[in-house]
Structures are given as structure tokens and as C-alpha cells.
Design a protein around this ligand. Sequence first.
Ligand code: GDP
Length: 298
Amino acid sequence: MFATLSDRLADTFKNLRGKGRLSEADIDATAREIRIALLEADVALPVVKEFVAAVKDRARGEEVSQALNPAQQIVKIVNEELVTILGGETRRLRYAKTGPTVIMLAGLQGAGKTTLAAKLALWLKEQGKTPMLVACDLQRPNAVRQLEVNGERVGVPVFAPEPGNGVGDPVSVARASIEEAKRRLHDVVIVDTAGRLGVDAELMKQASDIRDAVSPDEVLFVVDAMIGQDAVSTAQAFLDGVGYDGVVLTKLDGDARGGAALSIASITGKPVMFASNGEKMTDFDLFHPDRMASRILD
Ligand code: GDP
């Protein structure tokens, strides 16, 4: 088990209470502990460096409070900075003013997109929406079937290409799905796209062609919280190749400490909007920056 940041700082500051102002040496000692805590949480190194510098700046200006001991005070600063980077308030979905709201999912294969698509559909249904799922992952042989099975589990219809009906490519399927949604009065369309094991140009091109065809109200980048340090390069590649409005973190039920969330939010400036934390369809919620901050620190 790792020591929590609070424990580490309590050790560092044993004799500091009532000293007035933190000395430069105190601040350096603090910075070291924060750095270790963030690296242990799998936050990417450039993000750690920037973060620690910001906390040092803030800590320098602060009086040592009477109410909090120095360790608590630093933890409070760190916590506030984390929440700010993670997006502050939970960012809500933007719905279209007219016609169906289109939500497109992008991410690597295995990130949990197909599972997430159904979870999001269920969540929307519970909010009184009438979603439809769209299978545009025609790359993986089993993906359409998997989405259909998940759609059945949550009672949400799935639009998928039928063999021989002429809509065989993902872009045409996506386009046709919007017409279908209008006809059937679905108010939200969730488009699942193909992933690859690694980032590649063809994948990006296909995803951006789908995006151009359906003009989504939200493009969500779905990423496995367990990928840790790789999160930054993957998130950046999808930002450059496809572009997105928000992030969904999956597999938060694993033992990942959540560093990926901080790295992605910090590097891309995009808010994490949803969290997926298990194999059950109800293991899904809005992302709460404050809870993630605690997870990173504990
Ligand atoms: P896709 O390739 O991005 O569509 O990913 P899938 O939805 O097929 O998910 C890949 C694997 O991860 C499957 O075995 C899912 O059951 C599993 N999975 C997806 N989301 C979660 C989650 O939040 N927690 C856990 N533990 N497993 C998940």
C-alpha cells in the first residue's frame, strides 16, 4: 500500500504548526511528496511537473493557517488544484435544440466503447430520453452482435447494417441512422465507432468521416483508466485526428488510481464527463471531479 499524500505530508510537517509562513525548504519537501504521490497515481510526468510548480507557487503565498495544520493546508491546495484541472463542476451533456441529439464515441479497441454505449443509452432512458444505438464498428467481426446483445440488455434498439441492403460502410450506416432516428422519433442517437489496438491513420480517417457525416452534438473519447501513462499520447492522437468534446473514463472499478484522468484533462483541456466502473449496465455515472481528486490523493 502507498502512503496517502496526507500521511506523507503529516510526516514532513511534524514540527511545523504555528510557524507562520512555510519556508522554501518546507515547500520543496512538500513538492517532493506531491510529486511522488502523483507519479504513484500514474499521472504523466509533464503533467506532474506543471502541477507541482503551480502548487508551489500557491503554497509560497499562503500563511500557515491556525485552523489547519500545514499538511492539511497543502492537501487542501492540492485538492483544489486537482478539482480545477479535472473540470471543476461536472460537465453535463449538451442536447440538440431540434432533431435528435447525436453522440459519437471514439477510442481504442478494448477501451470499453461498446459497453459504454449501452450504459449511456440506459442512463439516458432513465432520464426520459428515447435513445437509439448505432453500430458503426464494422471492423471487429463480433462488434455489431455485441452491441445488439447490449442493446437488448438495456431495452434500446440498435441500428445496424443489414447484409445486402447497400449500407455496408460505417459512414453510410451513420448517415442512414440519423434518418431512421428522425423517422422513429428517437431523441438521442449514440454512434459506436471502430477502434484499433493502436492509434492509426485509417482509424482516425474513418472516425472523422463519420463525424463529418453526422455532425455530432458531442464526440466523446472513451478511454480505459488503466492505461496510465499511455493515456496522454492516445488522448492527444484522438484530439488531433478526430477531435472530441469530452472524455469518458472506463474500468474505474479496477485498481487504477485515476492518474489518467488528470493527465488527459490537463493535456487536452477537455472535461471528463462520465465514469464507467464495472461490467454491469448500471455501473455508470456522471464524473465527479472532487471524488476523482480524493482518489488520486488517497
Ligand atoms: P470496445 O472494444 O471499446 O468496444 O470495448 P468493449 O466494450 O468490448 O469492452 C472491452 C472489455 O472491457 C469487455 O470485456 C468489457 O466487458 C470490459 N469493460 C468495459 N467497461 C468496463 C468497466 O467499466 N469495468 C470493467 N471491469 N470492465 C469493463
